[in-house]
Design a protein around this ligand. Structure first.
Ligand code: NAD
Length: 291
């Protein structure tokens, strides 16, 4: 790394807390190196208490852009000049682009998920999706899917602290896009079975399947799946969740893990900052991504 950093090198950042575990610095620095781009990507431990000062500093220092993760994603919007339509509807930002001092917030998680599907040979446009979840990942997918032209989305969530957000997502989609969204209680198994049966794709965007809920799945059993169903999970660790394992046993058309979403959310941000396509095959090798 160091031998390629000069006085001309531009900074791209990542602000979150905690953040030291992130694969994003490796992803972006490898991509810069591969393409010979004069940028360096660094992670900074920033929480809500130092967020405003950080944004002011990055703006003043003409930092080209940065990624934003928790706990800043839903808070940073107020310090930016513009939000993309998806970021506005999600109420969250994971990527900031600095165009000569004008800061625009984007959310690329949903773009990453949709691109991952496309790269897996799955075309959901004009079709029906059933999705479990209403947190950060689920909201980004639901909004982006609706903006991209998915025809209908059935959202299932527990009646927990995310229920109000699920209601807001349904309202936003129905009022601001041409997609039709409906919310159901995840405990309503009859509706869950019917909606999955009627869908082209079922998506798990809850934490079920990863630690501490590893080995569990968001549907009651394998009978909710069928052979021509596409099944996608946002979880990428473990690489194969109980849901994806079950989908493979049933013989579902595809069982797609969350690694594509992770890779392509980064690729979308990379393109916004540099104008270049991320060399994704190289990054897949470097990060051992298989989806
Ligand atoms: P979050 O905390 O914002 O949302 C959690 C969601 O899980 C909520 O909808 C909640 O109701 C639901 N949930 C939690 N426990 C549950 C249970 N026992 N039963 C049913 N539902 C339950 O989290 P998030 O950031 O949206 O992450 C959700 C999932 O998405 C995680 O598995 C995470 O690994 C994954 N994710 C993947 C990527 C990627 O790039 N692939 C990015 C972000 C998140």
């Amino acid at each position: 790394m160091t031998e390629r950093i000069t006085g001309h090198t531009e900074l791209i950042g990542l602000i979150a807390y905690p953040i030291r575990h992130s694969k994003s610095p490796t992803m972006h620095n490898e991509a810069f190196k591969k393409l010979g781009l004069d940028y360096a990507y660094l992670a900074f431990e920033v929480d809500n208490s130092t967020l405003e000062d950080t944004v002011k500093g990055f703006r003043a220092m003409k930092v080209r852009g940065w990624n934003v993760s928790m706990p800043n994603k839903t808070v940073i919007g107020q310090y930016l000049d513009h939000l993309s339509p998806a970021a506005e509807l999600c109420g969250a930002v994971n990527t900031v682009v600095n165009d000569n001092g004008v800061l625009t917030g984007h959310i690329t998680d949903g773009i990453g998920f949709m691109t991952g599907l496309k790269e897996s040979g799955v075309d959901v446009i004009g079709k029906k999706m059933t999705i479990a979840g209403a947190g950060g990942a689920a909201t980004a997918i639901e909004i982006q899917a609706a903006l991209d032209g998915v025809k209908e989305i059935s959202i299932f969530n527990r009646r927990d602290e995310f229920w109000a957000r699920a209601e807001q997502n349904v309202k936003n989609i129905n009022e601001k896009t041409s997609c039709k969204a409906t919310l159901y209680d995840l405990a309503d198994h009859e509706s869950l079975r019917r909606e999955i049966e009627d869908s082209y794709i079922f998506v798990n965007a809850t934490g079920v399947g990863m630690k501490p809920l590893e080995g569990q799945m968001v549907i009651p059993d394998a009978s909710y799946l069928r052979k021509d169903l596409i099944v996608a999970d946002t979880v990428y660790s473990p690489r194969t969740t109980k849901l994806l394992e079950t989908a493979k046993e049933v013989g579902c058309a595809k069982a797609i893990n969350g690694e594509g979403m992770m890779l392509y959310q980064g690729a979308a941000a990379f393109k916004m900052w540099t104008g270049q396509d991320m060399p994704v095959e190289h990054i897949k090798d470097v990060l051992d991504i298989q989806f």
